[in-house]
Each structure stands twice: as structure tokens, then as C-alpha cells.
Design a protein around this ligand. Sequence first.
Ligand code: MSP
Length: 625
Amino acid sequence: MSRFYVTTPIYYVNDEPHIGHAYTTVLADVLARFHRALGDKTYFLTGTDEHGQKVQQAAEKRGVDPQQHVDEYVLRFQEKWDALDIRYDQFIRTTQANHKAVVRHLLQLLWDKGLIYKDTYEGWYSVAEERFLTDKEYEEGDWRDVKQLSETNYWFKMSAYQEKLINYIHDNPDFIQPEFRKNEVLGFLRQELGDLCISRPKSRLSWGIELPFDSEYVTYVWFDALTNYISAIGYPDRDEEFKTWWPADVHLIGKDILTTHAVYWPTMLMAADLPLPKTIFAHGWWLMGDTKMSKSLGNVIRPLDLANEYGVDALRYFLMREMTPGQDASFSIEAFIGRYNSDLANDLGNLVNRITKLLGRNFDSILPDPGETSPEDADLIQHVNGLQERVRDELDQLKVNYAITHVFDVLREINRYLEETAPWKLLKTDKDRAGAVLYNAAEALRLSAVHLYPVMPDKIARLLEVMGTSAKARFGEPGWFEWGHVKSGTTLGQIDGLFPRIEVKEAPEETSVKLDLKPEISFDDFTKLDIRIVKIIKAEKHPNADKLLKLQVDLGAEQRQVIAGIADFYAPEDLVGKSVSIIANLKPAKIRGEISQGMILAAEDDVTVAPLTPLKDVKPGSKVR
Ligand code: MSP
């Protein structure tokens, strides 16, 4: 039996829970449920980040005490997670007494080791942003309300760990995932790493954890927040519990909090002589054209409201199926309905109906005898038996969307098996064989559904009961993942409308716009274009034009520079590692003083510009025809 400790970021308690928070939390829940079902010792931690300036101000604005404010606001997260069927082991709050004690312990430890020092910093301070600006920021930005400020603070000697961290990242390839995020962190670490200011004077901020060695200061929110991952599981007093869980198997985070997790946190742990988490996984962002979304479905304004309308499981399914972890995904109601109807209502729902109805009508819902295994039965059984390993492999790499795809491949396989064997015909000629076929189909369906349980716990638990496993089995039991777990003679149930189809009301017809095509060309003309797939290895702003990005791309045999007019739509760091297509034999040109050796192909509408990327990974330099 292995063990599995998964965490989400602790969310700013002031924020209203939204799709971004829900995604990470559902992802953690799915991983935790899967590991629990496999019998692994599992711990799933989530919670809220409750200190800092914003909370203090929000409480002041409401005229309440900050503690009262966070006690009220935290309920929004807890209620939302209950509603989304999130089964965490602990919901930690940074205002909890035990957490505060651990943060103070850690600060004291580093202070005693001489790893924290006091120093006065003088520089440009933005009153609006409540932070010091670097000289570069000050020179480049258009700041209002900036003043020279000199402030004495406490600093953690983070710089002392720069080399050690770089070596650690190189030696532990799974430490930061996906790979391109690891490279981003290594890029960041190529510059000199400074020390980390870990205090705020109480004159500026009082809603925080007081430094154990100076009561005039509270600690910096990130020092406080990151410590939750160990304070929750018993560090330093409950040593046995702590050692059971630490180091975490995976910290799930969004890409915007990569530096705090992959640089600050590891150096803090190194300073405290603690092991580092095994994996920090940074997922991408959910993007949405929300004006479009609310227009097309009047009553749904926020994605999380879809759970009220179409069920929690459908929303969980969509979030898990639609995003390739690591990359951005876009949310639209059309995509949601499309997925729901094609996967849940059609592929899964119809199969369930087909099997349970045939068994109900012809075998009184009593599971028949599997009889002798024919070659086509053996094929199906083999396919289903391999599912657990395929799903596990994907989940080990956090690719829940691919894991789901494997399950749906098997569901389609079962459908094919039914088409081939046609039990509805066999019923008239060979009822025993018809029964055997239906046993195999039902057991294959049950075993596939088991793999969907972590994603859709409510509906699948109901389905599993219909398919002959006890309610208890939904928490996983020996044999759950084995072929033949449900024996012939078991009475199955009936289930109607597991995922009823969403009927889309016809949108009023749009006035058709004629395609404005260019004049026809010959095939020879077309072959003159040399279109290739390239991988973006570096991306930066064009020095002389706001709308342009300067990209270095890998064509396999060579590297080139290409200028692209997509700066309004993409941050340079989001492009690195992506594959896109370019016209590679376009005559090079200078664009605002920078050479461009090719042109990126991109689709464009009135909302955005989307570079064309291949559906599967192909080598840089691959031809596009
Ligand atoms: N409190 C800090 C985390 C401290 S962890 C020790 C924090 N909180 S947050 O509430 O602002 O964000 C939490 C997470 O939500 C981040 O990982 C962030 O990436 C994620 N998301 C916020 N908006 C998002 C999307 N639109 N899409 C996906 N996730 C995004 O940062």
C-alpha cells in the first residue's frame, strides 16, 4: 500500500470561489478519491489564506473585527466545496491557533540558526500597491502615489540556497511539472536570487502573525501561507503523523504562484532541514469570454452555477475533461453542453440504458451466467482489465483528461462488442449466449464506471449500485477493480435518465454572412508554401512595438527568430514550450527593426487571435500539408 498526500493552494478568504479555485480543488479531490479507492493511505488538504492587508481593509470597510470577517467569509468556500462533493481530510485556516504556533516556531528556528537578519531598506514605495518597487519598475512604470521610503525589516537569507535549489531541480526531474514550468523556474534562478523580506511593520499591517522575536512586526503573508502544508499535518510536535505524510506527493497550484512555491517554499524547507515536496504541479488558467457566456444562456452567469442547473457531477466532469493540465482551457457554455451530451448522455447514458433494459426485459434484472469465454469476450475482458493501469499511469502524471479518455474508449468498445454479438438477436436463437454477452457487457460497464467514480462520485455511486455493487463499495473495496467482482445471480437495478440530454433551444437564425474568399489557386500554387511546425523556445516583448512579440523557434535542424503580432493576447511566458505552425519559406523581413524569418499562422476572429497548434505532439520541423 502506498501513501498519497495532495494539497491545493489555500485560497484568499476574501475572494468569491470561482472556477479557477474549483478546478484545482476538484482535481485534488479526484486524485485523492482515486488513491483511496486503490487502497492507498491518502490525505487531501485544502483551506484558506486569511491574513494580510486586503482582509484587514475589507473588515474595516464592513466595520467588523477581522476575525469575525474571516469567520463569515470562510463559509463561502466551505459551502461551495460541500456543494461540489469535495471530500478533503482537512480544511486549514491560517488564523487557527495551531497553524500560527507552527509559523512562529519556524520563524524562531530560522532566527536561532542565524538565517534571518534585520536590515533597513530604502527605495521607491508605492502606497497604492503597498510594496517597494525595484529601480527598474520605478523607471519603466507610470506610478502615482510613489514616495521614497526607508523601512527596517527582517530578511530571510534565501540567496544562500540558490545553488542548492538549482542542483535539486536538476537532480529531481519530477519536482516541478510540467517541464516547461521547470525551465521557467530555472530561467528565473539564472539571475541572482535576493533575500526575502519576511516581515511587515505593525504600523503598516497588523492583521498577521507576530514575529516571535519582535512584537513590532507581523510576518509576510506568503511565509505564513506556505507553512500550512506542514502545520496541517503535525509539524513539529506530532512527529509520527508528520513523517507519515511529509514530503507531500503533489502541491497543485496555478501558474501564477509558481515562484512562491518553487523558490520561496523550497528554500524555507531547506533552511529548516526538511525534505522538499515530491512534485509541484502548476496548471494553466481557465479563460472565458464571459459576455458571450451569459448571453447564450441567460440564467447562467457564473460557471459554478452550472452545478445547480445540470448537476455537480456534470460540472466536475467538464472541468476534468476539458483542461489538459498545465495548459490553459477556455470555458464556454457551448463546450459544456457539447461534452455533456456527447460523452455523458450519449456514450455513457445510452450504454447504461441499453444493458439494463435488455437485462430487465429478458432476465428479470438477474445477472446471467458468463458461460464459456469466446475470443471476442476475451478481447473485451482484456481491454477492460488493462484500464486500471492506463488510468493510473495518466493520473500519476496528473493527466486526468487522458485518464477519462481511456475510460470512454472502453465504453465505446463495449458498444462495439454489443453490436458485433447482437444479444437482442441471440435471445431468439441462443438465450444462454445472449445472457453471457450481457454478463460481459454489464461487468465491463461496471468496471469502467469504477474508474469514473472519482470524477463523478454521486452519479457513479448510483450507477454502481444499479450494477450490483453495494453502497459500501463506493469507498473502494477489495475486488472493486477486478473482473468478475459482481457474480451471476446478482439482482441489478434500473436507472432512468442518469444524464438526461440537454435540449438546446434553437438560437434565432443569424443573418448569413457570405464567405469572403480569395480567388481560387491551383494545387501547384499551394505546394509552394512550406508550412512547418515549430516549438517556441523563447518569447519576449518586441523592443520597439507593444503589439509584437519576438519569438525564437526550434525547427528541428535550425533555430529562427519570428516576429508575431500577438502581444495583446498572450504573455511571453505562456508561449514558451508551445508548438505552433509557421510559413517557413517566406522571404525574411525586418519588422520594426527586428528580423522575422517566417510567419506564424493564426486564426483570427473579432475576439481573439489563436495560433494554430498540432493536435498531437509532432517533432519540430514537421511538414504541414
Ligand atoms: N493565497 C494564495 C495561495 C497561497 S498557497 C500557500 C493565492 N490564493 S488565490 O485565491 O488567489 O488563488 C488560488 C489559486 O487559484 C491559484 O493557484 C490561482 O492560480 C488559481 N486561479 C485563480 N484564477 C484562476 C483561473 N481563472 N483559472 C485557473 N486557476 C486560477 O494565490
